[in-house]
Design a protein around this ligand. Sequence first.
Ligand code: ATP
Ligand code: MG
Length: 318
Amino acid sequence: MHRVVAVANAKGGVGKTSLTAGLAGLVAHTGYRVLTVDADPQGNLCRDLGYPAGDGQSLALAIQNGFELAPLRQVRPNLDCVPGGAALFDIPATYISRMARGQTMTGLRDALLRIEPAPPHSGDYDLVLVDTPPGEPVIQELIFRAADYVIIPTRSDDASLDGLVMVAHRFATARANNERLTLLGVLLFGVRSGSTRLRERVRLALEDALEGVAPVFDTTIRYLESAAVDMRRHGLLPYELEQRHARERSERLARLRSRQPAAGRDDLLSRDAAGLAGDYVALAKEVLAAIATAEADHDATPANAEPARRPSRGPLPG
Ligand SMILES: Nc1ncnc2c1ncn2[C@@H]1O[C@H](COP(=O)(O)OP(=O)(O)OP(=O)(O)O)[C@@H](O)[C@H]1O
Ligand SMILES: [Mg+2]
């Protein structure tokens, strides 16, 4: 069985898509087999991976009827992506009319259980990351039913914290239908500096909403707008932007050494993305460790004699 992780917040612009793409790309780069699913009708995830947005038809049919998913294969080595798009706008109306007839909509879980990485790989993906839309509660609910884990990214402003509280309530409600569902953690995204007090504030808001202990990741993703613009414009992930900076630095140095004239200005706004790329490495380690802990806890309960498969690849770099 794949591990299905939903990335969700009821508020827009808090880093859901950037986080899904950055985390998925990095984990795949390390050798894990990863699938990303773009459950947002805006279809931004493909663009962040450097591909044109799709129509979302394959995913909409999988959610509605359990049809086979048709991912774009190998958008990076070890990484496949099911595109989102406008067809997902139809889901809420279909869901409501099915509910009125006493029917449910569990197709996505079935479709995810059946999908396999492209040959020569087979079997399960190590990780499935699902990007969700901010303002479609029905889609969010259906994703929560199909998922094993949830990550909630949030920014630090009050509106984002309201979104966090709202999605925490939806998470608690979804657990009534899906007792596997586990909150891996809340991630502070786009942080400028000094996150200790902020983390405490988020922890308290979350504990209040969930009426219990609520995990907040130690890692935060720093605010770096120039890098964010470069990544989206060029379809680059954080570690790829860092690699491109390093390449351009060494080319500049080589030109200086050989006294060649300077080339025209490169088209990147940012100068250095190493810190941001490092945040994603730290986060990937924390996320994989949190999954391993959750699976160990799951195995330890008497009802689960069959041990779950742990993340099986080597450690992340950094
Ligand atoms: N580290 C960063 N620092 C500052 N801005 C960033 C960073 N990473 C991404 N951004 C920018 O923040 C904005 C919101 O990010 P993103 O699209 O990932 O959020 P989202 O939650 O998926 O939004 P939506 O709810 O619209 O789907 C984008 O313009 C993105 O380029
Ligand atoms: Mg998004």
